[in-house]
Ligand binder design. Structure first.
Ligand code: NAI
Length: 329
């Protein structure tokens, strides 16, 4: 039998945590033969609730779970972890400026990076989910000098899945038949969902849908606004679909992509083939082998599409600058 791997989930007492733990503990992420030791991190006021979550995990009697560490200590939570799924962060409160949200989360992700660098496995693979996800991932990676920068990623898989879902619904098809929708840029309203490499059962999406004005406008806005629409309807931000996307991201990173499959991840932009500035965590199309991602180059882009890529790049640069200004990095 395989050695257990240590997986930390931060923000584990929150709503994504509650939807994610069953997927990780149930073998949907690391596979049905990979035992795990679950490390669950949250802040002191959430410890009582986290205790209840631990009871429920025990009551599920998951065969793959070989241990549970539930704590409010970063040192304990990150000790020797192989995978870190970082969902914990400071939520946006009513009336809060974007700048304040950035600064508050920057301080969390500076501290998280420092402790992770000291305590985690040197090959720890990190997925940042907490918003602003790309910028939090970048802040973290500036504080993890001993962990390869390629090991630090941000979640844009939910946006990719949303795109596939919207296209499939329009075509009356199965979402799983829509492949290779790509998300470029930031996990925010400036993101650019790109469909010119997407297919449905081998037919290009542009041919199958045959409505360029929808694909180049309405579709893009729908994907960009989907998160806000869910909040407006449910009163809470996406949690089931976020957990499902985390499962997909980590699953594909752990197991590799299938032949012909391209997925989107927020990754280090340094040296990318699309002319995006170095030093950002920007979402690109990638393939994955042996737990290493590689950006897929050569997508054809119109001038309008290039502008969309640059708009989201500009936002990421601004976020990075605001974090530096707030924390004197
Ligand atoms: P939530 O508020 O239900 O849970 C967040 C949890 O994090 C809480 O239990 C809280 O106590 C904990 N937390 C706060 N500060 C922490 C710290 N310093 N260390 C450890 N834990 C801490 O929020 P929810 O719905 O679970 O969302 C979590 C994050 O994920 C939010 O930032 C949200 O914006 C983001 N998100 C990102 C998505 C993406 O696609 N990248 C999609 C959906 C949500």
């Amino acid at each position: 039998e395989k050695e257990p791997i240590r997986v930390v989930i931060s923000g584990a007492a929150g709503q994504i945590g509650y939807a994610l733990i069953p997927l990780v503990a149930g073998g949907k992420t690391f596979g049905p033969n990979q035992p795990i030791i679950l490390h669950l991190l949250d802040i002191p006021p959430a410890m009582k609730c986290l205790g209840g979550v631990v009871m429920e995990i025990e009551d599920c009697a998951y065969p793959l779970v070989r241990g549970i560490v539930a704590t409010d200590s970063y040192e304990v939570a990150f000790d020797k972890v192989d995978w870190a799924i970082l969902v914990g962060g400071f939520p946006r409160k009513k009336g809060m400026l974007r700048k304040d949200l950035l600064a508050k989360n920057a301080s969390i992700y500076i501290e998280t990076g420092k402790v992770l660098d000291r305590c985690a496995s040197k090959d720890c693979h990190v997925l940042v989910v907490a918003n602003p996800a790309n910028t939090n991932a970048n802040t973290l990676s500036m504080n993890t000098p001993s962990i390869p920068r390629g090991n630090i990623t941000a979640l844009t898989r939910l946006d990719m899945n949303r795109g596939a879902g919207i296209l499939a619904k329009r075509l009356g098809a199965k979402p799983s038949d829509v492949t290779n929708v790509t998300i470029f840029g930031n996990h925010s309203k400036t993101q650019f969902p790109y469909i010119d490499r997407a297919d449905i059962n081998g037919t290009p999406i542009r041919t199958a849908i045959n409505d360029d004005s929808f694909l180049d406008q309405g579709f893009i806005t729908q994907v960009q606004n989907r998160g806000a629409e869910v909040i407006a309807a449910r009163g809470f931000s996406s949690a089931m679909s976020a957990a499902n996307a985390i499962k997909d991201h980590v699953h594909d990173w752990f197991h590799g992509t299938k032949p012909g499959q391209i997925v989107s991840m927020g990754v280090d932009s340094t040296g990318n083939p699309y002319g995006i500035a170095d030093g950002l965590i920007y979402s690109f199309p990638v393939t994955i082998k042996n737990r290493e991602w590689a950006i897929v180059g050569g997508f054809s882009l119109t001038d309008a599409q290039r502008t969309l890529m640059q708009t989201t790049e500009k936002e990421l640069k601004e976020e990075k600058d605001e974090v530096s200004a707030s924390s004197n990095l």
